[in-house]
Write a protein that binds this ligand. Structure first.
Ligand code: DC
Length: 220
């Protein structure tokens, strides 16, 4: 199977890039952040403290997370309920970041991710795909951009949807999540030693997609 890992910080454009690359090559796109988000949502709904390791671990036996792909679009099912839209709020983002620092949560989601990669040609995006989940991925990209540029893109994206956003609040949120994701003890966000680091601060979307697409083209 062809496995492409795209890791990087929040807001670097991983998901839009990964989705487009997957579409161009007719392969599956898997957004692993959605899995952590589903667990974050479950914890919030149960009123649990998302930083309380023991409390979250105790919830895991009640949680069933699975993925369904419809016309190439990924849907996340939490105990059979489609939560694909609900997991996109700022509260769930922070809860996902919190629960993703808990080793039992990462262990809980490991097999699901590996099974999908072993059965499908896919582009998988996340934080630890190249380092932990798929250490033998055919292509590993670490996609990044400055926090300010990532915040500008987020503001522009929201503006397109008619939502007015506060730039400084977004920069702060991004920096807080970077700090949370890269300083945790387990699977911290960092490039795999054999990853190609792509800093997209001064690149267009098309340049990033063409670059990664070109790497796939050399392999297949
Ligand atoms: O990519 P995202 O913003 O949807 O991810 C939500 C959170 O999940 C993010 O703060 C870090 C965590 N995450 C992770 O730890 N490992 C992954 N492979 C994907 C996401």
């Amino acid at each position: 199977m062809l496995n492409v890992a795209i890791d990087g910080p929040a807001g670097a454009g991983k998901s839009t890039v990964a989705r487009e690359v997957a579409a161009r090559h007719g392969i599956l796109y898997l957004d692993t952040g959605a899995l952590y988000r589903a667990i974050g949502l479950f914890a919030l709904e149960k009123g649990a403290d998302t930083r309380d390791e023991a409390a979250i671990e105790a919830l895991l036996p009640e949680i069933e997370v699975s993925l369904r792909f419809e016309e190439g679009e990924q849907h996340v099912l939490l105990c059979g309920r489609d939560v694909s839209d609900e997991i996109r709020t700022p509260d769930v983002s922070m809860a996902a970041s919190d629960v993703s620092a808990i080793p039992a949560v990462r262990e809980f989601l490991l097999a699901l991710q590996r099974d999908i990669a072993s059965e499908n040609d896919c582009v998988m995006d996340g934080r630890d795909i190249g380092t932990v989940i798929l250490p033998d991925a055919d292509i590993k990209i670490f996609l990044t951009a400055s926090a300010e540029e990532r915040a500008r893109r987020r503001v522009a994206q929201l503006a397109e949807k008619g939502i007015e956003a506060d730039y400084s609040a977004i920069v702060e949120d991004i920096k807080r999540r970077d700090e949370n994701d890269s300083t945790r003890e387990i699977s911290p966000l960092k490039p795999a030693p054999d990853a190609v680091v792509v800093d997209s601060t001064d690149m267009t979307f098309e340049q990033v997609v063409s670059y990664i697409s070109g790497m796939i083209g050399e392999l297949v």
